[in-house]
Write a protein that binds this ligand. Structure first.
Ligand SMILES: [Zn+2]
Length: 275
């Protein structure tokens, strides 16, 4: 029997089939909760927030199911963007100082390597040293040292600097970086190949070189690392946990699978002229 995948789920959700919604709830409610715990910690225990988000997602016409995803992690990256942008709408937008530009950021952080830029950008995404070390497979002290160095570099270039500047302005940076013009950006699968260690040496060299001039790709890479980390940190719901959500979202539960004996007899009963 073919294995049911996230891509099957997307097709079924688009068609409004219960199999799709059941898979979405079972596998991705834990991820949504994990994202809420990080980006809306003060509201993470508010079950209505999760219910509202699930209500928005349980819609066959939701753009999330129309995007050309080619892998599960790409789908979850889009899901993550949807959740974070809804939280952002509710929280109110954070503004960067008028004098800020990504050119200034590039000049200030010019001495940093491609990897150090990710260490610093993850601080903007509110990830502490320990979690960032796990995402990047590095020592915590390496992350701490890069962040301290970046802070000193920023201090020398920014008008309105204060300690931990990246962390304090991360939300606004994440929004603003989407508008930065950029050419020859890398696709999500290139970042995933790099995370999985499947990237060739030449391609990695090109990617690292590009990251030195493109904050959009630094952001994109960090978001893919976060998604990859989410899979390591979460487990699918148990049947009991999932069924509570099925009820809430009015998703029919899966028909009970019959054993081969029961299937044989039920088939016989269907054929019986007495029935
Ligand atoms: Zn780029």
């Amino acid at each position: 029997m073919a294995i049911y995948t996230c891509l099957d789920m997307i097709a079924d959700c688009r068609a409004g089939k219960p199999e799709g919604w059941r898979y979405l709830v079972t596998y991705y409610v834990p991820v949504i909760r994990w994202i809420l715990a990080h980006y809306a910690a003060e509201r993470a225990s508010d079950s209505r927030l999760l219910e509202r988000l699930l209500g928005i997602l349980k819609n066959s016409d939701h753009p999330l199911f129309a995007m050309p995803h080619t892998s599960e992690r790409e789908f979850v990256a889009a899901l993550r963007q949807e959740i974070v942008s809804r939280l952002e709408d509710q929280a109110g937008q954070q503004e960067l100082p008028a004098s800020f530009s990504f050119e200034i950021l590039s000049v200030a952080l010019k001495p940093l390597t491609a990897m150090e830029r990710q260490m610093v950008w993850l601080e903007g995404m509110q990830w502490g040293v320990e979690a960032s070390a796990k995402m990047l497979n590095l020592e915590s002290r390496t992350i701490a040292a890069a962040r301290q160095r970046a802070d000193e570099l920023l201090r020398a270039h920014l008008d309105h600097w204060s300690q931990g500047w990246m962390g304090k302005n991360g939300r606004a940076l994440a929004r603003a970086v989407q508008a930065v013009p950029s050419e020859q950006c890398f696709e999500a699968h290139a970042f995933l190949d790099a995370i999985d260690g499947r990237i060739t040496w030449n391609r990695k060299k090109d990617l690292d070189f590009h990251l030195l001039s493109c904050w959009r790709c630094v952001d994109h890479f960090c978001r893919m690392r976060e998604v990859d980390f989410a899979f390591r940190e979460t487990r699918p719901l148990t049947d009991a946990e999932a069924s509570a959500f099925f009820q809430l979202l009015q998703i029919p539960t899966a028909p009970k699978k019959l054993g081969w004996m029961a299937r044989l007899f039920s088939r016989g009963a269907e054929r019986s002229p007495l029935n």
